[in-house]
Design a protein around this ligand. Structure first.
Ligand code: SF4
Length: 295
């Protein structure tokens, strides 16, 4: 039986097949590293092919050292051998998300997907119900545990049927996003549905910096009030070459980082409100690449 390991490679996967070196770039802030690796492989005599979400908004960045694009099946397994994808695309169309731009606003189903413990589909609850059931039956049929529905569920479409359906196999956290105030009633409904699930197993990803400070802080407080633990993600531009938050409205970079550190540490927000929280120079900020969070 395959088991999930903490095996994410960190956003830049590379491998060779025959005379070709492949670079799969998950984040734009890995592009400079990818460029150096492309130069290295070319010096060794390889042809270089590069792709992935990190390339999409800056297609010309590697154009002089690599052939860009084209489909490489199962590239996600090069980022984590326990990961798989059963569909691409997402019809929701959030303005800050690269998925609809890159993979389309209609789902592409991949029924031949290899069954592995980490499932990285963009929006499992938005998939047609019969395809959700198909995925679940494949996990049950192959005896593979679903240890992490990595990109999670979308609150608008996560209803009781969906909860019951995925409860059959989901051994990991229930992941959701609370991206803006329009989602309030949906997220609250989901949190009511999950009231008997432990706080650690309901992860609500709260995007901050995409609305004014007061509106973002309100969403964080609501998640806590509804019995969850917020996982705060500062807004970043889709083409950012550095892993730094991008402030809009009345935010600044430091405030984005401070709120993220406060909200992503239950031992801090349980003891101290943000108004009373003082960033300590002794506690170095840490970025968790797997979760995409500043801690
Ligand atoms: S629901 Fe999720 S995957 Fe779909 S567009 Fe919005 S952020 Fe992207």
């Amino acid at each position: 039986m395959v088991t999930a390991k903490p095996g994410w490679i960190g956003g830049l996967a590379e491998w060779t097949e025959g005379d070709t070196a492949y670079l799969s770039v998950a984040f734009t802030w890995k592009l400079n590293d990818a460029y150096q690796r492309a130069v290295y492989y070319r010096a060794l005599g390889y042809k270089v092919r590069a792709g992935g979400p990190g390339i999409f908004t800056r297609k010309h960045f590697l154009a002089d050292v690599a052939e860009i694009g084209g489909d490489v099946p199962d590239a996600v397994s090069r980022h984590n051998p326990a990961a798989t994808i059963a569909s691409r695309g997402c019809p929701v169309g959030c303005w800050f998300c690269i998925v609809p731009k890159m993979e389309g606003k209609e789902f592409t189903l991949l029924p031949e997907f290899p069954v592995r413990p980490i499932l990285c589909d963009n929006n499992l609850s938005g998939l047609p119900a019969d395809y959700q059931n198909f995925i679940i039956e494949r996990y049950l049929g192959e005896g593979v545990p679903l240890l992490d529905a990595n990109s999670g569920f979308e609150p608008r479409t996560f209803d009781e049927d969906c909860f019951v359906r995925w409860s059959r196999i989901n051994k990991g956290p229930w992941r959701f996003a609370y991206d803006d105030h329009h989602e309030r009633c949906y997220v609250e409904r989901v949190m009511r549905m999950l009231r008997d699930v432990s706080p650690r197993r309901k992860r609500v990803y709260v995007l901050i910096g995409n609305e004014p400070v007061a509106a973002c802080m309100e969403r964080i407080k609501e998640v806590i009030a509804w019995g969850g633990e917020p996982h705060v993600q500062p807004y970043m531009k889709l083409n950012a070459l550095e892993r730094t938050p991008f402030p809009r409205f009345d935010w600044n970079k430091q405030l984005l980082r401070d709120v993220a550190r406060w909200a992503n540490s239950p031992q801090i927000w349980r003891k101290t409100s943000f108004d009373r929280y003082r960033r300590s120079v002794k506690t170095a900020e840490r970025y968790d690449e797997q979760q995409g969070l500043f801690l």
